[in-house]
Design a protein around this ligand. Structure first.
Ligand code: SF4
Ligand code: SF4
Length: 72
């Protein structure tokens, strides 16, 4: 299953990724990050298609898209 990882230390809370995600997988956290922003979080990885749009629009290169689950 595709999934994304948001690097909270890089995220500035601009919300571009939430607007870009057609599957509405991304929401903004209600708690501050260490850098003082409300970071983006993946709220529904089961809906993520791995399209990569969120990572493409992020001006801070804070999102990594994984096409498959990591092996343990
Ligand atoms: S990879 Fe695509 S579907 Fe998944 S969270 Fe990003 S924009 Fe949404
Ligand atoms: S586009 Fe990038 S910087 Fe903006 S909210 Fe999303 S992850 Fe954070």
């Amino acid at each position: 299953m595709p999934n994304i990882k948001v690097d909270e230390a890089r995220c500035k809370g601009c919300e571009l990724c939430t607007a870009a995600c057609a599957k509405k997988c991304i929401v903004m956290s209600t708690t501050f990050s260490v850098t003082g922003y409300y970071p983006a979080v993946c709220c529904a990885p089961e809906r993520c298609t791995g399209c990569g749009l969120c990572a493409q629009v992020c001006p801070d290169l804070a999102i990594t898209v994984f096409k498959e689950e990591k092996r343990k």
